[in-house]
Design a protein around this ligand. Structure first.
Ligand code: MN
Length: 256
């Protein structure tokens, strides 16, 4: 098996190297990641400027490719042929903050996995709420075990897995739960300031998001000390609203 490992925190991030080390137990690993931090960049396709790829070496000696593109660009470049050997699995992370609920729409970690899904390649995003005393090696080993088992069971078509690992010693983790996206109340606040010329500028500030502890959700699994595995797909259709809208609009006389 050939695994492509990427992330959104940049090629120097410690979570990337830990993930590459853990996944090397499952197969051969190619690391291709952005040269800078793209956290909260969403799903990007760079179309109006060239993309560069450079050979680099990670702090632990792992060879890697650093690109000038976004996380999703890295996956596209690799799967379009910059990486010549076919890729069987794409794993993105480890992000140092969990990606829960609507976070997945902002997350470069998750959107890298989404890009692989568009190419029809099984993909996983891995995140944890990083704590120095836990580090990234334990969450990486946990993620590798989950991925190995999910692959053996047969990968659901068009699905990526959003894996969030609690920042606990491996022995303290209470199990693996397959979950749905929970609710993540954002507490963003506008921070308006004046530049030295008196012109206003803005930061999107405020406090970090919280979460609602609803059974079955990603947030609740983590609060309960479990690994959360959320299957995601890219079909954002609101099926629950479809029939009601069809009744209201589908028979709309046209031209009126
Ligand atoms: Mn990140």
């Amino acid at each position: 098996m050939h695994v492509l490992v990427t992330n959104d925190d940049g090629v120097a991030a410690p979570g990337l190297a830990a993930l590459a080390r853990a996944l090397s137990e499952l197969g051969r690993v190619t690391v291709m990641a952005p040269s800078k931090n793209w956290s909260a960049s969403g799903h990007v396709k760079t179309m109006h400027k060239p993309l560069r790829v450079a050979e680099v070496v990670l702090a632990d000696g792992t060879p890697a490719l650093a690109t000038s593109g976004a996380p999703s660009d890295c996956v596209a470049l690799a799967l379009l042929g910059v990486v010549t050997e076919p890729v069987d699995l794409v794993v993105s992370g480890i992000n140092p903050n969990c990606n829960l609920g609507y976070d997945v729409t902002y997350s470069g970690t998750v959107t890298a996995a989404m890009e692989a899904t568009i190419f029809g390649v099984p993909a996983v995003a891995v995140s944890t709420d990083h704590r120095a005393e836990i580090g990234f090696d334990a969450p990486a080993r946990v993620a590798a075990r989950v991925v190995e088992r999910a692959l053996a069971a047969g990968w659901p078509r068009g699905v990526l897995l959003n894996v969030n690992v609690p920042a606990l010693p491996e022995a303290a983790i209470r199990g693996v739960r397959v979950t749905r996206q929970g609710l993540r109340p954002y507490r963003d606040a506008l921070d308006a300031r004046l530049d030295p010329r008196g012109v206003p500028y803005y930061w999107i500030g405020g406090d970090p998001p919280t979460g609602v502890h609803e059974p079955g959700t990603d947030f609740a699994a983590l609060e309960d000390g479990c690994v959360s595995v959320t299957p995601l797909h890219l079909d954002l259709t609101a099926y629950a609203a479809h029939d009601g809208l069809e009744a209201a609009l589908g028979g709309m006389p046209w031209p009126s």
